[in-house]
Design a protein around this ligand. Structure first.
Ligand code: BES
Ligand code: MN
Ligand code: ZN
Length: 498
């Protein structure tokens, strides 16, 4: 989708459809007021008739507008005439795009940045249009031979006042970068596991490195990982015919000597559970077990597109978890790269086994901070549902920075405790650590397991099993937490400049 900023007056605007807001009690927004004056009171007449009440979620589509260069108008209800909450602003945008996206229009224009939104500036309001619209029009079509309901929309014009154009342009650039990262993440995650293998993910990383001068990609093969002693990661990979890869992406946007922010994403391209096999129902959704890895690719893409003045390293351990003859067995004891031994009590707790060696590996980049993102536990769905990602970490400043970023990005997180008392649950009679901590507090004990490999740096963990994809009729990836991470990076970039 092509987005642009328009500062010309509304009466001169040419578009297939202009989206304008109306409030409760027949109150017109400024844009609606301008159109009303140029259409012989068309809009106020419609409001007085009561054809649209102006409540949030209301829409009214006007197909013919006499004497107007705008061909159609979509009225969107904004509720009471007062500043909208950020959530309601996004809701109004979602309702608007959903009302027009299947109408076979080529261009639309949006005037909704003129709405007052609590704690939001024009940059943010502009950016949300791009993020919300791109999310709504995303379709996964590459595996369908018949293209149903094709979306024809190609151009979105965002109208703003002339003196605001610069702020809008910043928001536009941020929105486009985040949306491109989200789209890439969703696409990779929606691909089936027979296409999106560890090798495929590695190729994606190499392609991205070709696309951006500031990004380098390196792929470690199984033999390289053997030399590094990644006994935990490789034990998971052994159960599959697909060769595992450890993908490294390095984005050099910052000062040569500034320490990198390391992002680690679980890239489990299919999680059958291994010998501790999962049940059949819903197992197809385990193709999404690489959403963390896909989000690392998406976030680096966004950072590179925005040319952020930071150094960022992305690490993606990519593997399948399958029940082959060589697979991990319950009771097996592994030696991780750190030297710590691990008793595998459940082969389905494989995410932490591939992440722990990657955390150890991350140390060689002398990280400023390390953030891992992983579809790690079903327990996070029990604890938090599908609204926030679970956040755990060993550093309050880092966790608070992520919380702050999540609020701006509308990509929420909720922090859970990582207290040492929980480490008790990971004790093993035979090895240094067990890979599961029993039925209580599954998300916390999974993070506690990882904490044993993150002792030497500031670290945070995002459990995205509830937020990375939608289930049911809207089954598909969400692209989260790319908006959160990109916002975190934007904040860090701004602080670095001051
Ligand atoms: N990939 C799963 C976690 C998961 C479950 C993600 C449901 C999304 C939806 C992970 O590898 C896993 O299987 N975890 C186990 C851990 C258990 C064996 C301690 C789980 O959550 O059941
Ligand atoms: Mn598993
Ligand atoms: Zn898994």
């Amino acid at each position: 989708m092509n987005y642009s900023i328009e500062t010309n007056s509304l009466e001169a605007l040419k578009s297939d459809c202009l989206i304008v807001g109306v409030y409760n009690n027949q109150q017109l927004s400024p844009a609606a007021h301008v159109l009303n004056q140029h259409t012989n009171d068309l809009l106020s007449t419609i409001m007085v008739r009561g054809d649209i009440a102006g409540k949030l979620n209301d829409t009214l589509f006007l197909n013919v507008i006499p004497n107007c260069s705008v061909e159609r108008i979509l009225l969107v209800g904004l509720g009471e005439q007062k500043p909208l909450t950020t959530k309601n602003y996004r809701k109004a945008l979602t309702v608007a795009i959903n009302a027009v996206k299947k109408l076979r229009l080529k261009s639309i224009a949006v005037s909704l940045t003129e709405c007052d939104v609590e704690n939001a500036d024009l940059t943010w309001k502009t950016r949300q249009i791009v993020e919300v619209f791109d999310d709504a029009i995303y379709q996964f079509t590459v595996c369908k031979t018949k293209s149903a309901d094709e979306i024809t929309l190609a151009n979105v014009v965002i109208t703003v006042a002339t003196h605001q154009a610069n702020h809008a342009k910043i928001g536009l650039a941020q929105g486009q970068a985040i949306a491109a990262g989200v789209n890439l993440t969703k696409h990779l995650a929606d691909l089936p596991a027979n296409i999106c293998t560890p090798t495929y993910l590695a190729q994606q990383a190499l392609t991205m490195a070709g696309e951006f001068d500031a990004i380098d990609a390196t792929i470690l093969e199984v033999s390289d990982m053997e030399q590094l002693g990644m006994g935990s990661f490789l034990a998971v990979a052994r159960g599959s015919r697909q060769p595992a890869k450890l993908i490294t992406l390095e984005y050099h946007g910052g000062d040569k000597n500034s320490k990198p922010i390391v992002l680690i994403g679980k890239g489990l391209t299919f999680d059958a559970g291994g010998i501790s096999l999962k049940q059949a129902a819903g197992m197809d959704e385990m193709k999404y077990d690489m959403c963390g890895g896909a989000a690392v690719l998406g976030t680096l893409h966004a950072a590179a597109q925005l040319k952020l003045p930071l150094n960022i390293v992305g690490l993606i351990p990519a593997s399948e978890n399958m029940p082959d003859g060589y697979a991990n067995k319950p009771g097996d004891i592994l030696t991780s790269m750190s030297g710590k031994t691990i008793e595998v009590l459940n082969t389905d707790a494989e995410g932490r086994l591939i992440l722990c060696d990657t955390l150890t590996y991350a140390q060689r980049f002398q990280p400023e901070v390390v953030i891992d993102l992983a579809t790690l536990t079903g327990a996070v769905l029990v604890a938090l549902g599908r609204i926030p990602s679970g956040l755990l970490g060993n550093d309050d400043v880092l966790c608070n920075d992520l919380i702050k970023a999540s609020e701006i990005a509308n990509d929420s997180v909720w922090r859970l405790p990582l207290w040492e008392e929980y480490q008790e649950q990971l004790k093993s009679n035979f090895a240094d650590l067990a890979n599961i901590g029993g039925k209580d507090a599954g998300t916390i004990t999974a993070a506690c397991f990882l904490a044993n490999f993150a002792e030497n740096f500031r670290w945070a963990h995002l459990d995205i099993a509830g937020t990375a994809w939608r289930t049911g009729s809207a089954k598909g990836a969400t692209g989260r937490p790319v908006p959160l991470l990109t916002q975190y990076l934007l904040n860090r970039a701004n602080n670095a400049e001051h």
